[in-house]
Design a protein around this ligand. Sequence first.
Ligand code: AHG
Ligand code: MN
Ligand code: MN
Length: 335
Amino acid sequence: MLRKNKTLGEFIIENQTSFKYTSGELSRLINSIRLAAKVVNHEVNKAGLVDIIGAAGDTNIQGEDQQKLDVYANEKFIQTLKNRNIVCGIASEEEDSFISINSQDKNNQNKYVVLIDPLDGSSNIDVNVSVGSIFSIYRRVSPVGTPVTLEDFLQKGNQQVAAGYIVYGTSTMLVYTTGDGVNGFTLNPAIGTFYLSHPNMEFPQDGHIYSVNEGNYIHFPKGIKDYIKYCQMEEEDRPYTSRYIGSLVSDFHRNMIKGGIYLYPKSSKTSDGKLRLLYECNPMAFLAEQAKGKASDGFTRIMDIEPTELHQRVPFICGSKNMVEKAEEFMRNAQ
Ligand code: AHG
Ligand code: MN
Ligand code: MN
C-alpha cells in the first residue's frame, strides 16, 4: 500500500528489492537523476531572472538552435552521472556521439548506460512555458569492465530497465517507471524534496484531447489527416479538444492524467517525423505502456523498432490505448 507522503528517496529504497537485479546500482542511478533534476529545476526556474535565455549561438547535431539551458542541462546531467561514477556510458540528444565513462578503468563494474534528452521543449523556455527532461536506462550488452560500444545504446526500447521524465511546470514533477507501473513525485521547492504525489499513474483508456502541430497538416500522410478530421467530427463524444504545448513531456503528462493522444507524424518535409527514437520516443513509450497506454509509429510498436543510429527519428503516436489504436486503424486504411 502506497503512503502519499512518502519521499522519492524512501520510495527508491523500498522498491529496490523488486528490481530484477538487486545490487542497488539502479537505485543509486535513479538517485543521481533525482539530484540532477533538482539542479536543472533550480536553473529553469530562474530562467526569467538571469541572462540565460536565448540561443547559445551553437547548433546541435540535428542543426537546431541550441538554447543556453539545453547546454546547461546537458552538462549538469552528464556531470552528475560522471561524478557519482554510476554509469558506464551516456548518450545525449545534445552530444554528437556517446560518452564512455572510465573506459580505461578495468575495475569499473558499472552495468548501466543512460540516454537523455536533457531539455525537452527548449523553445518554450523564453516564453515561460513548461519544459522537461527525459531519461532512459539500459543494461549494457558489451562485457562489464570494457569501454562501452555503440551496441550498448542501440538497443530496442523493450530492453529498457527504467525510464522517466521531469516536468518543470507549475510544479516540478519526476515521473518514472522501472517496469512495475508509473509513479509521479512532486518537488517541494522549499525543502528540495520530491514526494510521492501520483502513485500508479494510468492513462484513461479513452480520452478527448488530441495533441498535434496542426500547422503541418498539409504535409501529413493521408491516414493522419483522416484521423485529425475524425477527431474534429461532430459525434456523441466528439469533436475532441485540441491541446498542443510543444513540449513532448508536458503534452504527454497532461494526456496521461486527462486522457488523450499525442501525434508527431512524418510529413512531406520530414520523412521520419521529428522526435528521436532513443531519447524521446522509447522512454515515453515505456512509460505509456506501463501506464496502460500505447505508443506506435502508426504501424509498429515503438519499443520493437530496431535502432540503427543514435539520433534516429521516428513518427510517434502515443497516449490512451483506444485512441492510439483508432489512429493506427486510419493509418492502415490509408495504405
Ligand atoms: P527538444 O526541445 O528536445 O528539441 O524537443 C522538442 C520536441 C518536442 O518536445 C515537441 O513536442 C516538439 O519538438 C515540437 O515540435 P514542433 O515545434 O515542430 O511542433
Ligand atoms: Mn525533446
Ligand atoms: Mn532537447
